[in-house]
Design a protein around this ligand. Sequence first.
Ligand code: SAM
Length: 243
Amino acid sequence: MVSKEPRKIRSMFGAIAHRYDLLNHALSMGIDLYWRWRVARRLRPFLNQHAPALDLCTGTADLALQLSRYSRVVGCDFTHAMLVLGRQKVRGKSLDSRIRFVEGDALSLPFADGIFSAVTIAFGLRNLASYRQGLQEMHRVLRPGGVLAVLEFSQPRIPVLKQAYVLYCKHVVTRLGAWISGDAVAYSYLPASVNEFLTAQALSRLIGECGFGALKSVPLTGGIAVLQLGRKEGKPAQASPQC
Ligand SMILES: C[S@@+](CC[C@H](N)C(=O)[O-])C[C@H]1O[C@@H](n2cnc3c(N)ncnc32)[C@H](O)[C@@H]1O
């Protein structure tokens, strides 16, 4: 079992922050940017000017930047070095008025109840010490009718793609990641944590148990990643996550 001890996770991301974007885009051949774009497009009908969206585990703010096309965004993460890089990117694009950053823990969010129109978390849930506690916090800070979007790696279902993916993670991700970041531990943690993570079905069930309805699971790139959508009960949002 890989350790999800928060101090270890924070120091791991702190150590690789300077190479995080480069490795993300190189190892995914740029597909990660498309995945985040898809999340923002899906959420577009639910984002509005009245309440901001929360991008949890925002890291270097790539998803926050996509969301900011449609809404004000709060990016929250507990690794200072990741937020510093995120802030630089946001400033470089003159989007300071659209995206604000808060340093905080996903397991105990520093926000009042019911204030966000949407909560997103991309490649972050897998790193939490308790998925349930994290999802319950996301539910708490969402407005009634607000939408949750969880983007995570998954296991492709097509056998050939699955085998190729396993070999790619084992031989390319671990080696290239270690070489470029200088951190072998972090880039062996990545495939190990993906292997241990919940199946798409189990994650969808857990999201439902944490109070979300209208669940939808959208496989991306043959199921290498999955976008899970859910809605907090209450006054309905104007569109359903299916559209
Ligand atoms: C794999 S990165 C994902 C970053 C970004 N969402 C993206 O799409 O590239 C995971 C991020 O989750 C953050 N993180 C992990 N556990 C956290 C926690 N308990 N509270 C807040 N942030 C956390 C890490 O600091 C890291 O920036």
